[in-house]
Write a protein of this length. Structure first.
Length: 329
């Protein structure tokens, strides 16, 4: 549960606690009212007059006081089920000494149900064992005392209805509640798995985005490196043209004036200057536009430097400065 959900869950649990207390109060009041009705109808003296447990026959006021004490235990059955049941057993023993009543039997029935529903597992197991033992021993004792199998069956059914039925009912309700809790846990686990899968998918999308950005950065780096390499090549070509201009003009100045030769040198100087301007334009377009393209989308490339070596040698020779190229191979 996330942090923002905790206050809401705490408030919901508070509402449940208030509702549970209200239900316990209603149950206690209804039990007392129904028990009072049973007492007024005379549903008492369930134990024979000659029974060894019977010690007195109180009036209605004492029976109502005992019933009120039992209903007070109903108010704490949810928080302390086994303690409330122990108090209920004491109330039942006192009631049996007065002859017994159906009103107190209702209280015992409700406290047994609460103990089997909210008690701990070990306490519930002990409760089942004790209830079965009391039922069997009570039925056997009644049959042995009366020497009548009908008394054995009759008391066994009575004790089973009083002691075992509320335990069985509470166990059934608890199993259904446990199954519902298990389904809720499974649903919560499925929701957490779905949230984890969503987070994993989001992380995968972020990772894919990061990889795409890295690839884009790599492409930009490759483009930058390509532009730098082409700019260096263009710089070298422009430098070669300027060198040719310097060589041609210097050679023409070193020899006596000759109209034909001087004109050829000037033409070569002009050609080198125009070529330098073209290469400089290519460099500007390369650095300003995309790699390898000018504004019109045409390819911008640097010419091969070795391919122009013959042109440079011819121009130098035409200017009156013979040059010899030696191949090392």
């Amino acid at each position: 549960m996330s942090a923002p959900d905790r206050p809401a869950a705490g408030a919901l649990r508070g509402v449940w606690r208030i509702e549970d207390r209200r239900n316990d109060v209603v149950t206690a009041v209804l039990t007392f009212a129904l028990g009072w009705l049973f007492l007024e109808l005379g549903l008492v003296d369930l134990v024979p007059d000659d029974a060894p447990l019977r010690t007195a026959t109180p009036d209605l006021g004492w029976r109502l006081a005992l019933l009120a004490a039992g209903c007070g235990l109903v108010l704490v059955k949810r928080r302390h089920p086994m303690l409330a049941l122990a108090g209920g057993v004491a109330v039942v023993l006192v009631d049996l000494s007065w002859g017994g009543s159906l009103a107190v039997t209702l209280v015992l029935w409700d406290l047994l149900y609460a103990a089997a529903l909210w008690g701990r597992p070990r306490a519930r197991a002990w409760l089942w064992g004790t209830a079965v033992t009391v039922t069997v021993l009570g039925a056997v004792a009644a049959g042995e005392a009366s020497r009548d199998v009908r008394e054995f069956v009759f008391l066994g059914i009575q004790l089973g209805a009083i002691l075992l039925v509320p335990l069985w009912w509470a166990t059934n309700v608890r199993q259904k509640s446990d199954l519902a809790d298990l389904e809720r846990d499974r649903a919560d686990l499925a929701a957490r798995d779905a949230a984890s899968a969503a987070r994993a998918a989001e992380l995968e999308r972020q990772r894919a985005g990061d990889l795409e950005r890295l690839a884009e950065l790599d492409r930009h780096e490759a483009v930058r490196a390509e532009r730098a390499a082409m700019a260096r090549d263009l710089h070298d070509v422009i430098a070669s043209h300027l060198s040719a201009i310097a060589i041609h003009s210097g050679a023409a100045l070193q020899v006596p004036p000759d109209a034909g030769r001087d004109r050829a040198a000037l033409e070569q100087v002009r050609a080198s200057a125009v070529a330098s301007l073209e290469e400089m334009r290519s460099m500007i377009l390369l650095l300003r536009a995309g790699p390898g393209r000018d504004d019109a989308g045409a390819a911008v490339t640097a010419p091969g430097r070795l391919a122009e070596l013959g042109v440079l040698l011819e121009a130098t020779g035409a200017a009156g400065s013979p040059v010899t190229l030696a191949d090392p191979d």
